[in-house]
Design a protein around this ligand. Sequence first.
Ligand SMILES: [Zn+2]
Length: 134
Amino acid sequence: MISIMTASPWQYFPLDELACKCGCGQMRMDTTFMARLVALRRQLGIALPLTSAYRCAKHNAAVSATGAAGPHTTGRSADVRVLGNDALRVIDLAQQLGFTGIGVMQRGVQAARFIHLDDLPNAPGRPRPWLWSY
Ligand SMILES: [Zn+2]
């Protein structure tokens, strides 16, 4: 995957949602992860806005406790804006589709609620499958 693109190659997920938010313009999403995300979107049948997807190492270190090598720097993570019953459906379908990391942020104002999804393998310090809350 080239790092700078002018349009998203994936239906439902525009480039501005997939690319790093620091302004660097990088977007290195993993094709297998994105196939899972497209399948999730199709099975849900509702809009699935991404609040965060690809992050460069510098940006991830600035916004996440996972530092410069966190899940979002792999192109195999995305945070989907979803809540309530739709969030429950995401958690259920995500497991069926092979996502291995599910992070739940469902408190506070509705606009800030999301579910983190990744499909990373099990690793020291990063067990998978795994569920956590923020
Ligand atoms: Zn960046």
